[in-house]
Ligand binder design. Structure first.
Ligand code: FES
Ligand SMILES: [Fe+2]
Length: 371
């Protein structure tokens, strides 16, 4: 059944979900006492670390006259705007000093705030919580509280390796995400002589189930499509290997592969930068190959290849999308994409009404496709 759905016709303000944690920058690119620029959901940010190494994120615009704060002077504690020297506490944005004030002018400096965002470091990334926007035209106050901690890659033993990869893609968050969960592009996009060709297409059947804010491809013995699976098979009996893949709003894809005491786990995010640009970050943790010097390199090589193939595809797709073509999603191969749009709509509806979110999946579902 070819039910039409039009990802391009989402309301523009529904494109990017606020009220969630997003990956901003890899930790190793954020240095002490320096300021770095980043953009999340079209919000310009100045990100840095204080003297103690604690990261922070400010809106990259001075509340006085809009000068980018990343051009300011940072002493490891307060940030001084480069235009008129107003100083701000980097962790809560509170104004500390306005140099132009005379002793008889009693402007309440401490009631002025630069925009600031909850900021945490997790698995080699600085995460920033982008709260729902305040009333239009209102200035900034103290930072919002994040309702929970930033997401983590799940680990199953005390010792493991961790690596990340990222790629920017010139498409909206929706195309980035549905590209990530799309089961049918593999044989066409991810061809390699050492991997598979389009001749290896065969029918697949997978069970899915609803989970809070998302859906799960239930634990199963993986078909031979996943890179870590091929590597794990060198270590463990093929039947003992199980994989579980979760998608959770706004942008989290978790893949867990377990084979006895060996495991591989990844948390991939697609982060909206602007409405036409997103970035994919794959952070993986594993305990196979820890003893083998080339193991990490091998795994990184395989993943880099995949991510580059996806990036290149979306770069080309962006050319086609420029003129706003009609698009369609088909069953069953695009059903995860449909669930994504339905989850997003249900989430926004729950927020609007204050009622509990109505999950779009009534219960477990089996999908079939060829790939
Ligand atoms: S613009 Fe920042 S102090 Fe004036
Ligand atoms: Fe892909």
């Amino acid at each position: 059944m070819a039910e039409l759905e039009l990802p391009q016709r989402q309301a523009p303000d529904a494109l990017m979900l606020t009220g969630f944690w997003y990956r901003a920058l890899p930790s190793d690119r954020v240095h002490r006492q320096r300021l770095h620029k980043a953009t999340l959901l079209e919000v310009p940010l100045a990100i840095g670390r204080d003297r103690m190494g604690q990261p922070f994120a400010l809106r990259d615009a001075c509340p006085h006259r809009g000068m980018p704060l990343n051009c300011g002077c940072f002493d490891g504690e307060n940030l001084e705007c480069s235009y008129h020297g107003w100083q701000f506490d980097v962790h809560n944005g509170q104004c500390q000093l306005i140099p132009s004030l005379t002793s008889d002018q009693n402007l309440k400096v401490d009631r002025i705030y630069a925009g600031s965002y909850p900021c945490e470091e997790q698995d080699g990334f600085v995460w920033v919580y982008i709260a729902d926007p305040g009333l239009p035209g209102a200035g900034f106050g103290p930072p919002a509280e994040a309702p929970d901690a930033a997401p983590q890659v799940e680990k199953f033993s005390p010792k493991y390796k961790l690596a990340y990869l990222q790629a920017e893609m010139p498409v909206s968050i929706d195309h980035g995400i549905i590209g990530l969960m799309d089961p049918a592009h593999g044989p066409f996009v991810h061809q390699a002589w050492w991997w598979r060709s389009r001749h290896s297409i065969h029918e697949k059947k997978k069970n899915f189930e609803p989970i809070p804010n998302g859906f799960r491809m239930s634990a199963h013995t993986p078909s031979s499509n996943s890179a870590p699976y091929k590597l794990l098979r060198l270590y463990a009996n093929a039947d003992s290997i199980t994989t579980t893949i979760d998608f959770v709003l706004p942008n989290l894809r978790t893949e867990t592969i377990r084979a006895g005491k060996y495991w591989f786990s990844s948390l991939t995010t697609v982060t909206p930068i602007t409405r036409n640009q997103c970035r994919i970050d794959v952070v993986a943790a594993w305990n196979i190959f820890r003893w083998m010097p080339l193991g990490t390199e091998l795994l990184k090589f395989v993943f880099a290849k995949f991510v580059e193939q996806d990036r290149r595809t979306m770069e080309l797709q962006a050319e086609g999308l420029q003129h706003n073509p009609h698009l369609m999603l088909i069953d069953d191969a695009d059903r995860p994409a449909k669930w994504y749009f339905q989850l997003k709509a249900a989430h926004l509806e729950a927020k609007r009404t204050g009622k509990e979110m109505k999950h779009p999946m009534p219960g477990p579902v089996t999908l079939k496709w060829r790939s």
